[in-house]
Design a protein around this ligand. Structure first.
Ligand code: PMP
Length: 394
């Protein structure tokens, strides 16, 4: 047996069987080339607003360098409580129902680990963020995938939900506004799902990291619907709304019993989120509204520009109502999404992500992040137009 084989066998079967992220592969390839316009990464192109950075610097000058309580600074939790009530009409108690995490990423992980017993099924609404499936598997659960489609603007329907419930179903996880489609759900659409959720006593993990990035109406949280607060684990954070991806700060809200379970995992694995990031987040919530609105307005302009642009080059694209992704169909070109993305990168130096990376029902689509300047978007569209014309002519 070679040394290599011995080492590989030390990995758990679960970890050994996880596939590397499909986004990463394209990202790495694009990074190794020159002159690439990347519409691949799901990250704001803005630097964190100055007042937020300054609050962090000032906290360091004042000596805030130690651990905070496991659940995070109470002052920050109180501010989040106020913010969620005012903007989204949900009310989780800052002392017993809220925990500050290392990004929404940690919140997703501890929410799933806190509720999954081996073999439990978790429904995953696709297309979806790439971490849900591996994190469910790492927690010992079985993901069961629910499909959505472009004809229904990638919204979850009660029929699709009901059809996949089994006696082993524990929870459902989704993200609206959605990564990768930009789709949103209205209170009315949520209310159609409630009878099914209640009938089967499901827990709901609602990833609302893009809640601030909506372009028609305010985000409707499922937790705000009657009877839903206690069965909803609400996840959000600062990465997208305040352009704070590198700060690694998020939060999770849930009923006290669930929150206490998550806190146990968090205190043994993370201890607490970084204090300087918490101090910065406090400033973001207290005085960052105008900065945030400025960024959202800019995403809105870019969204309008790319949606029109895709239509002009012959790619059908539903109008995304939230997040900063467009998810055009590339079926008219006759190419599979992976081939489209790979050739577009090699032949025209534009990086996009094949839609099936986010689940089977993303086939025939590509995800394009429009969190980049209008000039770059214009160039990318010119190159994509040339590419579409070339492949469609054959
Ligand atoms: N959920 C979704 C849907 C995301 O797109 C992302 C980041 N791309 C995250 C969670 C993770 O966010 P954070 O930076 O707060 O860990």
């Amino acid at each position: 047996m070679s040394q290599h084989t011995v080492l590989r066998n030390r990995l758990s079967q679960t970890v050994a069987s996880l596939k590397p992220s499909g986004i990463r592969r394209f990202f790495d390839l694009a990074a190794s080339m020159e002159g690439v316009i990347s519409l691949g990464v799901g990250e704001p192109d803005f630097v964190t607003p100055w007042r937020v950075r300054e609050a962090c610097i000032s906290s360091l000058e004042r000596g805030y360098t130690a651990y905070t309580s496991n659940a995070g600074l109470l002052e920050l939790r109180k501010e989040i409580h106020k913010y969620l009530e005012e903007r989204f009409f949900v009310s989780y108690h800052p002392e017993t129902e809220m925990l500050i995490t290392v990004g929404a990423s940690e919140a997703i992980d501890i929410a799933l680990r806190a509720i999954i017993d081996p073999g439990d099924e978790v429904l995953v609404v696709e297309p979806c963020y790439v971490s849900y499936e591996p994190v469910i598997r790492l927690a010992g659960g079985e993901p069961v995938f629910l499909r959505t489609n472009a004809e229904q603007q990638f919204k979850l329907t009660p029929e699709e939900l009901e059809a996949h419930i089994s006696p082993r179903t524990k929870a459902i996880i989704f993200c609206y506004p959605n990564n990768p489609t930009g789709s949103t759900m209205t209170a009315e659409e949520w209310s159609k799902l409630l009878p099914v959720i209640e009938k089967h006593d499901l827990l709901v993990i609602s990833d609302e990291i893009y809640a601030e990035l909506t372009y028609g109406r305010m985000h409707d949280s499922i937790a705000a619907l009657p009877g839903m607060k206690d069965r909803t684990i609400l996840i959000s954070g600062f990465s997208k709304a305040f352009a704070m991806t590198g700060w690694r700060l998020g939060y999770v809200c849930a009923s006290p019993d669930l929150l206490a379970g998550m806190l146990k995992i968090h205190q043994y694995t993370m201890l607490c989120a970084p204090v300087m990031a918490q101090m910065a987040a406090l400033e973001a919530l207290r005085h960052g509204q105008a900065d945030m609105e400025r960024m959202v307005e800019s995403y809105r302009q870019r969204r309008n520009f790319v949606v029109q642009g895709f239509q002009d080059i012959g790619l059908a694209c539903h109008e995304p109502e939230g997040a900063f992704y467009a998810f055009p169909s590339i079926r008219s070109t006759g190419l599979e999404a992976a081939e489209f993305a790979e050739r577009l990168l090699m032949e025209e130096k534009v990086a996009v992500v094949p839609g099936d990376v986010f689940g089977d029902c993303g086939k025939g689509h590509i995800r394009c992040s429009y969190a980049t300047s209008l000039e770059q978007l214009q160039k990318a569209l010119e190159r994509m137009g040339r590419f579409v014309q070339k492949v469609s002519a054959k």
